[in-house]
Design a protein around this ligand. Structure first.
Ligand code: GLN
Length: 493
């Protein structure tokens, strides 16, 4: 039997439709790969039976001559931030351990309706707060990649680090991610895969554990631009249950993929050339420019003058929203309850939250509560919101001069687990290139650009106009064709 775990979403879907192999064969092979990869710590819970059940449904539909879905027979990993009916959903936090939702998130439901199956729930930073997966209560997912000549454990990025590691290690052809301030793009970049955060509102937030509601957005992570286009098409769509959901038709991104960029302008933001950015990142950015030129695009320099204020504004707005969203974890309604002997209601709230939330989550709740408090609200929260508007206006002006923007995804390749943990500010700096597009709600993607001199993947980021996922995907495709990134991590797990 050939190894089907190297195949991507389209290859699996089409192979099943054409009768080259069955969905059950595919699911069985991925189930086995997942089981053999415990050392990567990518899954919090595995659900091999669910993957097989969905596969059997696809095989039965095919046998009956019924049409197969856009993701027909494709087993995927589900970030453990999406509520899944009957399967524990933790957001990688102790406070949600044992929480089994009685409902299904809209995005996961859309994927199952499109014929996908679930291999399990993927590890992440606790409540999606982090850039390395190290804030997970269940321990960090590890990257399948290693530096040349070293066996140091590296981060798979965060917060969607279980998703990126699993896709890069061929434990699943694709996985869901969520991106509040870079959590799809950054992990995709450091593991050599593709990830796209669509326009805010494209994918429903209903049933996704909330971090910062005005920023949270779901998206696909896979190994090719085409696979991301397919999966995004299955995830997206208007949902009356999410008041910020976009009431717009979902274009057929897959069908309209086109790597010819003739007549397109690509903006290079001057302010992203930050002091201290390593040479390999700058080189790969320059290379990206050349590739896009080769695809027919014209390169123009643009200015996004408020870039340097974006990160501090994000780290006020996101914690502020988090402190409000996380107030619901009180020991009464979900998961953990700590009720010390002889104690009352207040003591239970305090004990549950003290025990249930990790340090980074507590830090964010404290920061968020502080910036929202009466005496400081105007100085911090209002100010940050004004900056958010200015950042969004920078992009609006830029769209007068270009169609998409090219930038690095991250300021460095994967770092070692433990290397940055003691310095939260250094960790926050990982998001410096990712956060502006999040504040502006714009579609943005990371595509692999090659390996650095340590043999580690680097990503390039493409940011697009609101609702123009197609423009982003097409520019990504043009890079993908030229980067020809085929390297795989060497198996050690
Ligand atoms: N790393 C960023 C943070 O910790 C972004 C996380 C995310 O996008 N979920 O807030």
């Amino acid at each position: 039997m050939t190894d089907l775990t190297n195949l991507g979403v389209r290859e699996i879907r089409d192979g099943i439709a054409n009768g080259e192999f069955t969905a059950r064969e595919v699911a069985s092979q991925f189930n086995a790969a997942v089981e053999a990869a415990a050392a990567l710590n990518t899954f919090i819970v595995t659900t091999p039976e669910k993957a097989l059940e969905a596969a059997d449904a696809t095989d039965a539909a095919r046998a009956a001559g019924k049409p197969l879905g856009r993701m027909g027979g494709v087993p995927i990993g589900m970030k453990d931030l999406f509520c899944t009916h009957g399967t524990q959903t933790t957001a990688a936090s102790h406070i949600l351990e044992g929480f089994v939702p009685q409902y299904e998130s809209t995005v996961s439901a859309n994927l199952w309706n499109a014929g996908a199956g679930m291999l399990g729930k993927l590890n992440l930073d606790q409540f999606a707060m982090g850039s390395s997966n190290e804030t997970s209560f269940f321990g960090p997912a590890k990257s399948p990649w290693r530096k040349e000549g070293s066996n140091m454990a590296l981060t798979a990025g965060g917060s969607s680090g279980g998703s990126s590691s699993a896709v890069a290690a061929r434990l699943c052809p694709a996985a869901t991610g969520t991106d509040t301030g870079g959590s799809i793009r950054q992990p995709a970049a450091v593991t050599g895969i593709v990830g796209i955060k669509p326009t805010y509102g494209r994918c429903s937030r209903w049933g996704v554990v909330a971090f910062a509601s005005s920023l949270d957005q779901a998206g696909p992570m896979a190994r090719s631009v085409e696979d991301c286009a397919i999966m995004l098409g299955a995830m997206a769509g208007y949902d009356p249950k999410d008041s910020t959901s976009l009431d717009m038709p979902v274009p057929d991104w897959e069908a309209a993929l086109d790597a010819d960029l003739k007549g397109k302008k690509v903006g290079i933001p001057r302010e992203y050339r930050m002091e201290g950015t390593p040479q390999d990142i700058l080189d790969s950015w320059k290379q990206g420019e050349e590739w896009l030129k080769d695809a027919g695009a014209e390169i123009v320099e643009i200015s996004l003058p408020h870039t340097k204020y974006a990160l501090p504004a994000y780290y006020i707005i996101a914690p502020a929203e988090a402190s409000s969203n996380l107030a619901r974890y009180d020991g009464v309604r979900y998961g953990l309850r700590d009720l010390p002997e002889g104690s009352g209601l207040q003591d239970m709230y305090a004990a549950t939250r003290a025990d249930g939330f990790g340090d980074e989550v507590k830090r964010r709740i404290l920061i968020g509560t502080y910036v929202l408090s009466a005496g400081f609200y105007d100085a911090y929260y209002t100010q940050a919101q004004k900056i958010r508007t200015l950042v969004a206006q920078d992009f609006e002006k830029a769209w007068g001069e270009c169609d998409v923007i090219l930038a690095p995804t991250t300021p460095n390749a994967a770092f070692g687990l433990g290397e940055m943990q003691s310095d939260p500010l250094a960790m926050y700096l990982n998001d410096v290139f990712a956060v502006p597009a999040s504040l502006a709600g714009l579609p943005a993607m990371s595509v692999p650009a090659g390996l650095n001199s340590d043999g580690l993947p680097l990503g390039l980021q493409i940011v697009g106009k609101p609702f123009d996922e197609q423009g982003v995907l097409n520019a990504g495709l043009a890079i993908e064709r030229r980067a020809s990134f085929e390297e795989k991590p060497e198996k050690w797990w």
